[in-house]
Design a binder for this molecule. Sequence first.
Ligand SMILES: C[S@@+](CC[C@H](N)C(=O)[O-])C[C@H]1O[C@@H](n2cnc3c(N)ncnc32)[C@H](O)[C@@H]1O
Length: 214
Amino acid sequence: MTTTEEHRRAVSAEYDRRAPTYDNEMHVALADAVAAFCDVDGALERRDAVVDVATGTALALRALARRLAERGRVLQATGCDLSTGMLDVARRETAGIAALRAELVLADAADLPLPDGSADLVTCVTALHLFADSGAALREWARVLAPTGVVVTATFAAFGGPGNPHDFPTRHDDFRTPELVADAAREAGLHLTRHQHVDLPGGSLALIAELART
Ligand SMILES: C[S@@+](CC[C@H](N)C(=O)[O-])C[C@H]1O[C@@H](n2cnc3c(N)ncnc32)[C@H](O)[C@@H]1O
């Protein structure tokens, strides 16, 4: 039985190790799909403050910024992660992007350094399964969410291969279907508003879900 702190240490150590080689075709494709989902009907232009939780190398923020850049707009965002290695790559990869003003901070998904009601869009791409307490994270996102804001999550509905082995327990099964994501969100005062399945390079199937205040 590991404590929450031991779990967090194991997660950040693993992603520190993986950071230099993390970006691959599958993760880039998923980030692009999440950005397109967030931007339905040009919605991104109305999301003034974006928070990417467990941002990793900031692939989602980079994909969101690419969409806004095409329209001459700039994305204002905060990205948070537990892994300094991932954040180092995120800082390096975002440094030259004119359409992205991102503050990249070391912070837990369940303890964001943001005021109540300050975020128009909270994204979390393939990280819910890693959290020791995903309920606490979802409640925290509901706290920082503006009244008309939305949370967008991406989880794995199915895997094309064996996936990466981890040194800590993961909880993919809790977020495999829209119903399971909706159940988890309900306890945080959020409800599922729409979802989409996306085929990824390598054969995995992602589930992208949008959650709003109940
Ligand atoms: C599979 S990667 C996903 C990274 C990025 N969202 C993407 O889609 O490319 C998972 C990330 O979650 C971060 N992470 C895991 N648990 C976390 C927590 N409790 N708080 C913040 N970040 C966390 C890890 O450090 C890692 O960077």
